[in-house]
Design a protein around this ligand. Structure first.
Ligand SMILES: [Zn+2]
Length: 267
């Protein structure tokens, strides 16, 4: 069950008891200082909102979460599958300047405590990763391009190479556009090449398909070695939940970004 912590944040109830020293949050569009299409808690620096407003919003988020913004790490997201290991020396990267964010990365992971890994979303699928024994945590951004290129498996692969056992990794698939609101054409469906994925899309009219990106990512993660019972789906659609979230599709491209944030609380 996802629940509201404050007007600015949602969190996953199950993970709170399983991982008491973990922060894993998804921001809402509320409680910020932005106006117009970006009303009000836009946290994306690259969407033509006022830069100072966005930085102010990020500070509000960090404060609500209990850290300083200079402990947060942001990425320059390009709908790719590149996943980057970061550490405490990267703290603050991209927090106040898009140019200083981690270059061309759609996934961040670490073993370090104290820092916060943050990616921006407005319909794409946020994937949160945690393995308590090693302290492995990560976050990834999976739109349809990141999903068909299997960024989730890339994260699992890097974690495995660093000594983390995939069957011990837990994954939260956060709020994203749901199959209810996501119609794509043949071009997208043709990119789905992994085995046993016929159940993630359904033809609704000639050449038009409903695509279930959260389910698709869940199945990719299970194929990559994550246990099915260790994957939790939020069940929230960013397009349907219009009082909570910005939605790129619903808002026709001009909209803000929510943040998916993960980190260990202690320093
Ligand atoms: Zn929906």
């Amino acid at each position: 069950m996802i629940r509201t912590v404050s007007e600015r944040f949602l969190e996953l109830e199950e993970w709170k008891s399983l991982f008491p020293s973990l922060t894993a949050l998804f921001s809402t569009k509320n409680g910020g200082t932005g106006t117009g299409a970006f009303q009000s808690l836009n946290t994306g620096l690259h969407v033509q909102d006022d830069e100072h407003t966005v930085i102010q919003n990020r500070r509000l988020l960090a404060q609500a979460e209990g850290t300083e913004l200079n402990m947060w790490i942001f990425a320059d997201q390009v709908h790719g599958k590149r996943v980057v290991r970061v550490n405490r020396h990267h703290a603050g990267m991209g927090a106040e300047s898009y140019e200083k964010s981690v270059r061309a990365a759609d996934g961040l992971w670490t073993f370090d405590k104290g820092i916060r890994l943050s990616l921006g979303f407005a319909d794409c699928v946020p994937l949160y990763f945690v393995e308590q024994d090693t302290g492995f945590i990560g976050v990834a951004h999976a739109g349809w391009k990141g999903s068909v290129s299997n960024i989730g498996a890339e994260m699992i692969s890097q974690a495995r190479d660093a000594g983390v056992r995939p069957e011990k990794i837990s994954v939260l698939i956060g709020p994203s556009i749901g199959a209810c609101c996501y119609i794509v054409d043949n071009h997208v469906i043709h990119h789905i090449t992994q085995p046993d994925m016929q159940n993630v899309y359904q033809e609704v009219s000639d050449g038009q398909y409903k695509l279930d990106l959260p389910l698709y990512n869940k199945q990719l993660l299970v194929q990559a070695g994550v246990k099915e019972e260790n994957v939790i789906l939020s069940g929230l659609c960013t397009s349907c939940e219009d009082t909570l979230f910005f939605s790129h599709r619903r808002d026709q491209g001009k909209t803000g970004r929510m943040s998916a944030v993960i980190g260990w609380k202690e320093n």
